[in-house]
Design a protein around this ligand. Structure first.
Ligand code: SF4
Ligand code: SF4
Length: 76
């Protein structure tokens, strides 16, 4: 299970503190130079590092998606 942040994100940071895997990161140009999946990276809104996201398998639901006020986090 993988989750991505869509363009509906308003950068409220709510999901950032919810992620125990520290998989969510702020938009920044330096991130683009990393090994992250380029298709899910935006310099305009928050992103999820696909290599770190566990899909919250321990909780049984995606904590980030549950708290997002914009419903901007989607399963792909
Ligand atoms: S689904 Fe869970 S592990 Fe993945 S980014 Fe959201 S809070 Fe983090
Ligand atoms: S909680 Fe939703 S709107 Fe807020 S930063 Fe995360 S994805 Fe964006």
């Amino acid at each position: 299970m993988a989750y991505v942040i869509t363009n509906d994100c308003i950068n409220c940071k709510a999901c950032l503190v919810e992620c125990f895997e520290v998989a969510i990161f702020i938009p920044a140009k330096k991130i683009l130079k990393s090994k992250l999946n380029k298709f899910y990276i935006s310099t305009d809104h928050y992103n999820i590092d696909q290599s770190k996201c566990s899909g919250c398998i321990l909780f049984g639901f995606p904590k980030c998606a549950e708290i997002c006020p914009m419903d901007a986090i989607k399963e792909v």
